[in-house]
Design a protein around this ligand. Structure first.
Ligand SMILES: NC(=O)c1ccc[n+]([C@@H]2O[C@H](COP(=O)([O-])OP(=O)(O)OC[C@H]3O[C@@H](n4cnc5c(N)ncnc54)[C@H](OP(=O)(O)O)[C@@H]3O)[C@@H](O)[C@H]2O)c1
Length: 317
C-alpha cells in the first residue's frame, strides 16, 4: 500500500508545459480529459485522438471554454483496431514528422464489457483496447519521441492489477470470460508489466526517455457507467455502492497521479503513482504498490514477445 503523502501534489504543481507537445488517448472523457485540460492550462500543445472526430472536437470545445488560447489537435483513433492505430500513427508521422512528441499518455480504456466481444482483429475487446492497442501505438510513435530527458511515456493501469494474473492460454478469454476480474484485470496488469518492462529496455539502451505509470484509484468517470452496469459480481456492486461516498474521488483528483507521472521533475525511472488513501482508492498521488507479477522479468519478456506477435510489430526501444 502507498505511504501517506507529506507534500501534496496538486494540478498547480504541474510545471510549465510551454513548448511541449503531448498526445493523450481517451482525453474526451474522465481522467484523460482532466489531464488534458491541466496540461493545456500549463501551455502544452495537446493532440486528442478519440473514437470519432465529433468526440474529439467536443472535448476541445470544452477545454477552449476554459483556456481560449489552448493549442489542441483533434484526431480519430480506435485502439481496438490495429488498422486504425496504424492510420493514426501515419497521420502523426506526416503532420508532426521527426522527433516531435514530448509526452505520450496511454490513458484510454474500457472496463467490464458484459459479454466477450472480439475486435475486428479477432482479439478480446478489453485486452485489445487497454493493452495491445497502447503497445502498438507506443511502438509506432516511439521514433517521434524526443530523445531527451523530460520525454515520457505514461501508461495507466489500475489497482485491480494487484489481483490479476496473465494467462497465456487465455489472453483472449478464449477458455473462459470474466468481464472484470478476468479480462479487465488481466489487461491492466499487462499495462503495468509493459510500463515496467519498457523502462528496463529504455535503460538498457541508454535512452533518456522515461516510462512511468499511474492509476487513479476509484474515480467517478464514464468507466463505471459505459461498461459494467449489471455485469459486476453482486458483492463488487455492493462494495462499490458502499465505498462510493467515502472511498471514491472525482475525475480531476483521479487525474493527479497521471499528471504527476507525466510532469513532476522528481519522478523515478519506472515510477508508478496512485492515491495515498485506503486501498489506494482516493487521496493525494504518491508512489503506488507495484503488483509482484509486474516485477517478474521472465513473465515480462514472454508477454512482450507474445504481444509483438499479436500486433505484428517488433518494438526495440
Ligand atoms: N475511473 C476509475 O476508477 C479507474 C480505475 C482504475 C483505472 N482506470 C483507468 O483509467 C483510464 C481512463 O478511464 P476513465 O475512468 O477516465 O474512463 P472513461 O471516462 O470511460 O474514459 C475512457 C476513455 O477511453 C476511451 N476509449 C474507450 N475505448 C476506446 C477505443 N477503442 N479507442 C480509443 N479510445 C477508447 C473512451 O472513449 P469513448 O468516450 O469513445 O468511450 C474514453 O475517452 C482507463 O485506462 C481505465 O482503465 C480508471
Amino acid at each position: 500500500m502507498a505511504t501517506k503523502s507529506t507534500t501534496k501534489f496538486t494540478a498547480n504543481d504541474v510545471p510549465s508545459q510551454r513548448g511541449r507537445r503531448v498526445l493523450i488517448t481517451g482525453a474526451n472523457s474522465g481522467i484523460g480529459y482532466e489531464a488534458a485540460l491541466e496540461l493545456a492550462r500549463k501551455g502544452a500543445e495537446v493532440i486528442l485522438p478519440a473514437r470519432s472526430l465529433d468526440k474529439a472536437n467536443e472535448a476541445i470545445t470544452r477545454i477552449l471554454q476554459q483556456i481560449p488560447a489552448a493549442k489542441l489537435t483533434p484526431a480519430v483513433l480506435d485502439l481496438a483496431s490495429l488498422a486504425s492505430i496504424r492510420a493514426f500513427a501515419a497521420r502523426i508521422s506526416s503532420e508532426f514528422p521527426g522527433e516531435s512528441l514530448d509526452l505520450l499518455i496511454n490513458n484510454a480504456g474500457v472496463m467490464a464489457v458484459p459479454q466477450r466481444e472480439l475486435t475486428i482483429d479477432g482479439y478480446e475487446r478489453q485486452f485489445a483496447t487497454n493493452y495491445l492497442g497502447p503497445f502498438l501505438l507506443t511502438a509506432l510513435l516511439y521514433r517521434h519521441l524526443k530523445r531527451r530527458s523530460g520525454t515520457r511515456i505514461v501508461t495507466i493501469s489500475s489497482g485491480v492489477a494487484n489481483q490479476a494474473k496473465i494467462e497465456f492460454d487465455n489472453l483472449q478469454s478464449e477458455r473462459a470470460y470474466s468481464p472484470m476480474f478476468g479480462a479487465y484485470s488481466q489487461s491492466k496488469l499487462a499495462d503495468l508489466i509493459f510500463q515496467q518492462e519498457l523502462q528496463r529496455r529504455l535503460t538498457a539502451s541508454g535512452s533518456p526517455i522515461l516510462s512511468t505509470g499511474a492509476h487513479p484509484g476509484y474515480a467517478i468517470t464514464n468507466l463505471q457507467t459505459s461498461g459494467p452496469a449489471g455485469v459486476l459480481p453482486l458483492a463488487m456492486r455492493i462494495a462499490m455502492t458502499v465505498l462510493k461516498p467515502f472511498a471514491s474521488q472525482d475525475a480531476a483528483h483521479g487525474a493527479l497521479p497521471t499528471l504527476l507521472a507525466a510532469t513532476a521533475t522528481d519522478v523515478m525511472a519506472g515510477g508508478y503513482y496512485g492515491p495515498d488513501g485506503f486501498q489506494e482508492l482516493r487521496g493525494d498521488p504518491v508512489p503506488a504498490k507495484i503488483a509482484p507479477l509486474a516485477k517478474d522479468l521472465a513473465l515480462a519478456k514472454r508477454l512482450w514477445t507474445e504481444t509483438e506477435r499479436l500486433v505484428g510489430v517488433q518494438f526495440t526501444p
